[in-house]
Ligand binder design. Structure first.
Ligand SMILES: Cc1cc2nc3c(=O)[nH]c(=O)nc-3n(C[C@H](O)[C@H](O)[C@H](O)COP(=O)(O)OP(=O)(O)OC[C@H]3O[C@@H](n4cnc5c(N)ncnc54)[C@H](O)[C@@H]3O)c2cc1C
Length: 447
């Protein structure tokens, strides 16, 4: 009898989880054994990160547990550090260290799905590496929420007006949906929270959006992008188009228009670049570092290697423009994962492969509670209807019935009660109190 094919999926995000889900549903256990490798035992539903940062959804409900969702797959928590496709082998650094009996292991496979996604695209801007805050993971989203609320506490307790101004100034760089939604949700939350401080007025809080091009939210089209700028400016958010961050050294944000803002918060959401793991493989990459793929989601010229999502350069067959590639977004990642899984199954069963083609449906973006903008299937919406559409759309998309029910319950409860406004920043250092008691630590200073 033929041995089951060993399918190795690197990355447990959109592509990794949806591919594994479909393979688990459609393949018999005697046909294949699927292993998913990722640094976390969960998939993150990234479009919900801004709401998690604002406290509208709890962090646990933004993530999908891989072990429960993929019971027929093996889940290995660790980071792939290299892939030698010629030998059909991947090196994985597991969570357990060498001393703990773990360390690096080599996994052999017959079919490889490489989907480690992307990382923030940073630039060599002075101070950015030291002070910049990313917004791609649930840890970053919750860290940012705690940080913003902590700045209000610092501003409220300092006697130094310069410290106060810097604490109340929040700079966001990048006007894509990650940056705009994060800024809009956090601004909404910070202004709301300011009501509960005896010495901070909501207007004391200053949010600045810095965008290098002349528009924001290109995903919702120019008209809705302009509406979003007006909506944000109407809320006193300082939106600076055609402007770049030149430096944030010494915690002073210096912009290309000459302005300077002392600040303790620079959130960097100015685009993504493919995961650095791709450079540690023997697979072909394009000039931007993504894996070169065919429309059938095979890595070009490499048999039994497949890729999709942010890490892959996939021809956009629906664009009608030769050379155009799919944008890095969840809409493509989910649909590509389905085609990818079906093509692996076809390949194992000796059937022809099919090409991926998807007409972009548009986008929805939240601009804070009850505010939004949407361009979906040719329909333009703004304000409350767009916000509602944003929620309905993402509720329909978030994986598993369990997550949908939990998110819906949270939204319903949030409609009945007031917002949570405490910073739980100390969660990031849970031993601090005990160390103090044991006489080995000291209270951390404000960040
Ligand atoms: C804040 C935010 C909001 C967004 N909102 C939207 C939206 O509204 N609509 C939309 O279409 N798109 C949105 N996106 C983009 C969308 O989330 C991405 O395009 C999508 O996640 C890409 O899927 P992927 O599987 O390629 O990567 P990911 O979903 O990022 O998955 C990659 C996985 O690989 C894992 N990994 C990383 N390194 C390794 C390694 N060395 N070994 C093994 N595993 C590894 C990661 O931990 C991760 O789990 C948003 C993104 C962000 C950050």
């Amino acid at each position: 009898m033929k041995e089951p094919a060993r399918i190795l999926i690197v990355g447990g995000g959109y592509v990794g989880m949806y591919t594994a889900l479909r393979l688990q549903r459609k393949l018999r256990t005697d046909e294949a054994q699927v292993t998913v490798v990722g640094p976390d035992p969960y998939m993150t539903y990234q479009p919900f990160l801004p709401e998690a940062a604002a406290g509208s959804i709890s962090p646990r409900h933004v993530v999908v547990p891989l072990r429960r969702t993929l019971p027929q797959c093996q889940i290995l928590v660790g980071e792939a550090t290299a892939v030698d496709h010629a030998r059909r082998a991947a090196t994985v650094k597991t969570l357990a260290t060498d001393e703990e009996g773990g360390g690096a292991v080599e996994l052999r496979y017959d079919e490889l799905v490489l989907a480690p996604g992307s990382v923030s695209r940073t630039l060599p801007i002075p101070g950015l590496a030291e002070f910049g805050i990313g917004f791609k993971t649930v840890e970053e989203a919750i860290g940012l929420r705690n940080h913003v609320l902590e700045q209000l506490d610092i501003a409220s307790s300092t006697r130094d007006p310069e410290v106060r101004d810097a604490a109340l100034t929040f700079v966001f760089v990048g006007g894509g949906y990650a940056g705009v939604e994060a800024l809009a949700e956090l601004e909404d939350m910070a202004r709301y929270a300011a009501r509960y401080y005896h010495n901070i007025r909501p207007d004391d809080v200053r949010f600045i959006l810095v965008e290098a091009t002349g528009r924001i939210l290109p995903e919702v089209g120019p008209e809705m992008g302009q509406y979003a700028v007006r909506e944000l400016r109407g809320r006193n958010i300082d939106v600076r188009l055609d402007t770049r961050l030149d430096s944030c050294a010494g915690r002073i944000a210096v912009l290309s228009d000459g302005s300077r803002f002392p600040t303790r918060t620079v959130v960097w959401t100015a685009g993504v670049r493919p995961h650095p793991l791709l450079a540690a493989t023997d697979l072909p990459r394009d000039d931007r570092g993504r894996l070169v793929c065919t429309a059938a989601l095979q890595v070009a010229g490499a048999e039994h290697a497949w890729a999709a999502g942010d890490a892959a350069a996939v021809p956009d067959m629906s664009a009608g423009e030769p050379g155009k590639e799919c944008a890095p977004n969840a809409q493509h990642a989910v649909r590509q994962a389905r085609v990818l899984a079906d093509n692996i199954i076809s390949s194992l069963r000796g059937r022809p492969l099919r090409d991926y083609a998807h007409q972009h449906a548009g986008s929805v973006a939240s601009l804070g509670l009850h505010k939004g903008v949407a361009y979906l299937y040719g329909r333009k919406l703004k304000g409350y209807p767009a916000w509602l559409m944003h929620r309905v759309y993402h509720l329909s998309r978030v994986p598993t019935f369990n997550r949908k029910a939990r998110v819906l319950a949270e939204w319903s409860l949030a409609g009945l009660f007031k917002r949570e406004i405490v910073s739980l920043g100390s969660l990031e250092n849970p031993r601090a109190e005990f160390e103090l008691a044991a006489g080995t630590g000291r209270r951390p200073e404000g960040t």
